[in-house]
Design a protein around this ligand. Structure first.
Ligand code: TUI
Length: 308
């Protein structure tokens, strides 16, 4: 148990939120994190709205504790999913890869707690003005689609700029990271890469082993030249992408190369030509554990460090 404005807002025991990772954040993982006292999230990513409705219903069968849905705003189904979360009485929505302003009124009217993921102070302030209940300040250490600022620089600047509570993300996977985030002004953390290797995570074992064996400098960022930077573990796919990017290939051509590549890595275990999205902290993640073991171990370490 650790009380912050975030644990109070969301009705959770520990200030730990699971990232809404594409393909990874499905109902088994979301329910396991929520059951362990954190906030589990279903990652809607690019999935059709009816698939997400099913995921929500399956999560409800596994846990009575609070959980949320992350909506990836570049998804062609974002508008539909924005309505599904209202229809299914979801209590918490986080958003990524865009500005959720146009959905804010509908969600607030439905009593949903809205927590946009931001990568800049400007968007954090805009979101507070639009009625957000909190923001996730995600640093460039994170996996997947990222911004430019580091967690160390972004979190205190966002905390100074807004009055709503701030959740830190990017580069956190143990109690030291949680304690450090609190020192920077955060009142909770969001973790993705750590939960990829959870026992309850359905991710293919090849993918989990790549994360577990990764070293500090094993990730690479592709897509910067097109304004869609994505961090993943270096492999044949990132090398090929980087080569074609340097040749000046268009965003569409590169997207074709990676079409389905994340699914192939997560579901089929193709860690050679697939996209193995992971954050820089992968180098510190060395074993598979249950979500409960992860959360309890990290919270024990964090509370000691924070002297609580
Ligand atoms: O969204 C994420 N991480 C993601 S989404 C994703 S799915 C995907 N797959 C392939 C290519 C692209 C996406 C994988 N990982 N994190 C939250 C996040 N949001 N990080 C950065 C941002 C962000 C960036 C710019 C949010 C808003 C923004 O600008 C909004 C605006 O319009 O001003």
């Amino acid at each position: 148990m650790m009380k912050t404005r975030i644990t109070e807002l969301l009705g959770i025991e520990y200030p730990i939120i699971q990232g809404g990772m594409a393909w990874v954040a499905e109902y088994n993982l979301a329910a396991a994190v929520s059951e362990a006292g954190g906030l589990g999230l279903i990652g809607a990513a690019n999935a059709p709205a009816e698939v997400i409705r099913e995921e929500i219903r399956k999560t409800k069968e596994l846990t009575k504790k609070p959980f949320g849905v992350n909506i990836m705003l570049m998804s062609p189904y974002a508008d539909e999913i924005a309505k599904v979360v209202v229809e299914e009485h979801i209590k918490v929505v986080t958003t990524g890869a865009g500005n959720p302003g146009k959905y804010m009124k509908m969600w607030k009217d439905a009593g949903i707690k809205v927590i946009p993921v931001v990568a800049s102070v400007a968007l954090a302030k805009m979101m507070e003005k639009a009625g957000a209940d909190a923001v996730v300040a995600e640093g460039t250490e994170a996996g997947g689609h990222i911004g430019e600022a580091t967690t160390m620089t972004l979190v205190p600047q966002v905390a100074d700029a807004v009055s709503i509570p701030v959740i830190a993300a990017g580069g956190i996977a143990d109690g030291r990271g949680i304690a450090a985030a609190f020192m920077l002004g955060a009142e909770a953390v969001q973790m993705g890469t750590k939960f990829v290797v959870a026992k309850e995570s359905i991710v293919h074992d090849n993918y989990k082993q790549r994360v577990i064996k990764a070293k500090d400098i094993d990730s690479a960022v592709t897509g910067r030249s097109h304004g869609h930077p994505v961090r993943s573990l270096r492999n044949q796919m990132t090398r090929e992408y980087t080569r074609l990017e340097a040749e000046g290939k268009s965003f569409e051509e590169l997207e074709y190369l990676t079409l389905g590549a994340l699914r192939n890595a997560v579901m089929e275990g193709d860690v050679t030509n697939g996209t193995v999205m992971a954050g820089q902290i992968a180098g510190m993640i060395t074993k598979e554990q249950t979500c409960k073991e992860m959360i309890e171990e990290m919270m024990e370490q964090a509370t000691k460090l924070l002297g609580r």
